[in-house]
Design a protein around this ligand. Structure first.
Ligand code: SF4
Length: 470
């Protein structure tokens, strides 16, 4: 995270037309792909209902399913490590790498490893880490963090990627997608074959069998988890489904919501390391189950955010995300999801601006495949933030005044009358193009409509009395 505030990062993002354009085009493309797939799937609504029930049931008995999952991973020959926080998870992987003499690690995309900054921990310990998801590979070459949870370089244009490859990989410039893909592919092939350890995330852990479900569109997940001699999978503790039947509901719901595909290209099911007689697969499997604030979240009033299956749909549809992109949020989890999850996992004090990064339009709730009521969660966090005095003094003062006025109807009507008359005094054709500080933040970007001559209450009363007399 940079030292800039959320507002400063937002200003920078708004002033970057390339980022702005790339994000808007990319996010809207995801939204339209999803919409066209869903329009041909009348059962999508009932699938989403079922998916929500599965998430609720899983989280209600999370301790039971976690124990079942861990037992089954070990029965299958894997090792389980319970990490309370990022340091414990990183420490386990770094020590494992040192004990096994690992010098090169290849990774498939995993937001949990971004959350705990595992790459940094490994690199400090002298282990070279290469990202193998195309988007993550590009972000790593550029020295940037992902700006979207499923499309890490949504903020980059093809031309920027071509230039980056030319500079960093010493190849001829091209912005042709297939050629760019081929360059990354041939660069990564040797890395898969020469790495000692593969690290992946987990889309879902299946409790009844200890199976890891991993979905990718590029096949890199399969390479990372089968070619190196050690596979380490990092999983947020909430990412479980009780049974394979439940997985059969969750996967299509995830995949349609993420990219609009009926099915992602590679659906991997990994149950334990290589068994004797099998020709391939890792010799060792380690599953790191990460808490890092999730237990506290489960006990909090925003526990519903743990239903999230990281599809990214709420980012794509959000007008704020579409305008500022992912980096402006400053967290690995951007968009509406991140505006709830980041302050909840990492502390409201440091991240108190994020719950305000929303218009509360409700588009995120409408599109979320597990129907998380994100606007309500944002309001709860805003309330908590305000009670902890994180809002600026002028907002707190104005809200206190409003709270008194709103509880006294006569005072409220008088206040509205005053606001209407005074705003119309300075308005040109019903619009104010400047408001005094601190309200000028609004009119710096758009006009503000003067208040109506008659309030809704007055108009309503007048209409009722006309109806009664006619
Ligand atoms: S909150 Fe819902 S829409 Fe957003 S990433 Fe999570 S599951 Fe997808």
């Amino acid at each position: 995270m940079t030292n800039l505030t959320f507002y400063e990062r937002t200003r920078d993002a708004l002033e970057d037309p390339t980022v702005n354009q790339a994000i808007r085009v990319g996010a809207r493309r995801f939204v339209s792909h999803r919409a066209s797939t869903v329009s041909g799937l009348p059962e999508m609504d009932s699938l989403r209902d079922r998916a929500r029930v599965i998430r609720a049931e899983t989280l209600n008995k999370l301790d039971v399913f976690l124990a079942e999952f861990a037992d089954n991973v070990e029965l299958n020959g894997g090792r389980v490590f319970w990490a309370k926080n990022a340091d414990e998870a990183n420490d386990y992987v770094v020590k494992l790498a040192a004990a096994r003499g690992v010098r090169h690690v290849v990774k498939s995309k995993s937001m949990v490893t971004e959350e705990i900054e595992l790459n940094h921990a490994l690199e400090v310990a002298g282990v070279r880490v290469i990202e193998s998801d195309l988007g993550e590979f590009i972000a790593q070459l550029a020295g940037e963090r992902p700006s979207h949870i499923i499309a890490p370089v949504l903020h980059k244009t093809r031309g920027e990627v071509g230039k980056l490859f030319e500079e960093e990989l010493n190849v001829a410039y091209t912005e042709e997608p297939i050629a760019l893909n081929d360059i990354a592919r041939s660069h990564l092939r040797d890395i898969f074959l020469s790495s000692d350890m593969g690290i992946s995330g987990v889309n879902f852990g299946v409790a009844e069998s200890g199976t890891l479900s991993l979905v990718t569109n590029e096949g890199n997940g399969r390479f990372c988890t089968t070619t190196p001699r050690i596979h380490v999978a990092l999983m947020g503790m909430e990412r479980l489904v009780p049974t394979f039947a439940d997985l059969g509901t969750m996967l299509p719901v995830l995949e349609i919501s993420a990219t609009g595909q009926r099915l992602t290209v590679y659906n991997n099911l990994l149950t334990g390391p290589r068994r004797s007689g099998e020709p391939d697969g890792p010799e060792e499997l380690h599953v790191v189950i990460l808490d890092n604030g999730r237990s506290d979240t489960l006990a909090s009033e925003v526990a519903e955010i743990l239903y999230c299956i990281r599809c990214g749909a709420c980012l794509n549809i959000c007008p704020v995300y579409q305008s500022i992109g992912g980096h402006a949020y400053g967290s690995v989890y951007p968009g509406p999801l991140g505006s709830v999850l980041t302050p909840t996992l990492m502390g409201l004090e440091q991240w108190h601006e994020l719950p305000h990064a929303s218009t509360l339009c409700g588009a995120c709730k409408e599109i979320c495949p597990v129907r998380i009521d994100i606007p309500s969660l944002l309001l709860r966090l805003r309330d908590a933030s305000s009670k902890a005095n994180h809002s600026p003094v002028w907002i707190r003062t104005l809200m206190r005044i409003y709270s008194i006025v709103a509880r006294h109807p006569k005072l409220f009507q008088l206040g509205m009358r005053f606001a209407s008359v005074s705003s119309r005094l300075f308005a040109k054709e019903d619009w104010l193009n400047r408001l005094p500080p601190p309200l000028n933040g609004w009119t710096d970007h758009r006009n503000f409509r003067a208040l109506a001559k008659k309030s809704f209450g007055q108009q309503w009363a007048e209409r009722r009395s006309t109806e009664h007399t006619s």
